[in-house]
Design a protein around this ligand. Sequence first.
Ligand code: ATP
Ligand code: MG
Length: 238
Amino acid sequence: MDTRALVRPACGSAVSLEAVYAAAVSHRFDALGADGVPRRLGIMGGTFDPIHIGHLACAEMARDACSLDAVVFTVAANPSLKQHRSIVDVHERIAMCSLAVADNRRFDVSAIEAARPGITYTSDTMRLVRHQFPDTVELFFIMGADSLRTLPHWHEANALKDMLRFICVSRPGRFDEGTLLHRCREQGFKIDQVSAPLLDVSSSEIRKRARAGRAIRYLVPHAVCSYIEEKHLYSAKG
Ligand code: ATP
Ligand code: MG
């Protein structure tokens, strides 16, 4: 895939992927904090295969509740927890995220993990992010509540505890958020809890629907839906 290509949302202005790939972390926010003003930056990590309204609402609810200045979606190239299945090419997932954030000036997408060989760990990404911004920029990692199940086992969990605050946004599922939150906090993770409307949407369900030729419109942003259809990303043809 030509990463310099322009991704054109069905409506609205064109999105330049070149700028996304040229950035240190985020083309919109690389200069955040350079003026010395304290800022709060949210990082939302994920596979985004594909990005959907649950991700976007989760990020927006966290931004609003925790007064974040910006949220950057970091797209995992090769996540350790998803080794058991094949994932759509990282550049396609970045293109979809770029389309999804185009109309929100407080959101951006980062290609920071795309060039890294091997398994992509959040700890490596967050070190790079920390290095990019002055200490006056406080870093928050946004996650849905289901991620609390695995958080204590993340690679270099202790380094993450020191580097970050976490924001946990409610998500439907068969798990006890309160118990998981308590366990993670006991282990030293600093976690803010954000209650939000529960959106029972997942990338797995969207992939399954697309494969079966069923509708995914309104579960993903319109431009993402068109992109998936044009490229047959999750259909038998793809
Ligand atoms: P998959 O079904 O393939 O695991 P997913 O929908 O869970 O996909 P991920 O890319 O795995 O999406 O998740 C990235 C982050 O977004 C995780 O922290 C996850 O908890 C959060 N998230 C995903 N969907 C929702 C949702 N509907 N509500 C709140 N948080 C969500
Ligand atoms: Mg998931």
